[in-house]
Design a protein around this ligand. Structure first.
Ligand SMILES: Nc1ncnc2c1ncn2[C@@H]1O[C@H](COP(=O)(O)OP(=O)(O)OP(=O)(O)O)[C@@H](O)[C@H]1O
Length: 209
């Protein structure tokens, strides 16, 4: 469940103040965020993840007001309950694909579940790369690994910034189906930013910034 109320934000280096429309998602509801380049979509996603501090307003995720949390508690809350798909991959370059997923589970304070790792890698067509260094992966494979890292710990909120932008039609379909299936399975909310017209029909709620 996500509820935002009158949130505003400003980057220190700029005078511009972003004012965002309220978001109200019940359990299992999903949201697509669209809008022209530079309007503030990624900024909003980072606010929902608690990666940036709101200036005013409130953000409530599963009954927790994230602006009330200390930095330490916020980091722990994010690690445990939120899965983030970034535009750029944040995997650790020195580790293999599987070790990156193990590290993600470790930082989320979840047990290392090898069956779950294999299942996610299979769905994302990455099983053959399990023991490969991530430096050998293509852009699309890296993007799929980013998705694996965002869902491996069964988060309650999945936030995805352009998750399908560098994927072909088949992988675009696989990735969206996986994100929706994972969200459904764990009763999670899924919030996706996109310019990708191929995925619009998958969402019943759309927020235009
Ligand atoms: N760290 C930052 N410091 C200062 N300004 C920033 C920072 N990050 C983003 N901005 C500015 O804030 C505005 C919104 O950026 P944001 O990335 O949220 O837009 P967006 O809608 O996601 O764009 P796109 O669709 O191109 O990814 C832009 O004008 C951008 O230049």
């Amino acid at each position: 469940m996500i509820q935002t109320l009158d949130i505003t934000f400003g980057y220190d280096s700029k005078d511009e103040v972003f004012k965002f429309p309220n978001i109200n998602l019940k359990a299992k509801e999903h949201l697509l965020i669209v809008g022209k380049s530079g309007i503030g979509k990624t900024t909003l996603l980072h606010l929902l993840a608690g990666l940036l501090p709101i200036k005013t307003g409130s953000i409530c995720i599963n009954s927790t007001r994230i602006e009330d949390l200390s930095q330490k508690k916020l980091d722990a809350f994010r690690g445990e309950h939120i899965g983030l798909v970034f535009q750029r991959n944040h995997a650790l370059k020195s580790l293999t694909v599987a070790k990156n997923l193990q590290a993600r589970l470790f930082f989320s304070r979840k047990p290392i579940n090898y069956k779950r790792i294999n299942e996610v890698l299979t769905t994302l067509d990455l099983l053959d790369y399990k023991d490969k260094s991530i430096q050998t992966l293509s852009t699309g494979q890296l993007q799929r690994l980013g998705i694996a890292m965002a869902i491996i710990h069964n988060p309650k909120l999945i936030l995805a910034d352009e998750p399908t932008s560098s994927l072909d039609d088949e992988n675009c379909e696989n990735v969206m189906n996986l994100l929706l299936k994972e969200a459904q399975r764990h009763q999670a909310n899924l919030v996706v930013i996109t310019h990708d017209k191929r995925i619009v029909s998958k969402f019943s709620k759309v927020l235009m910034l």
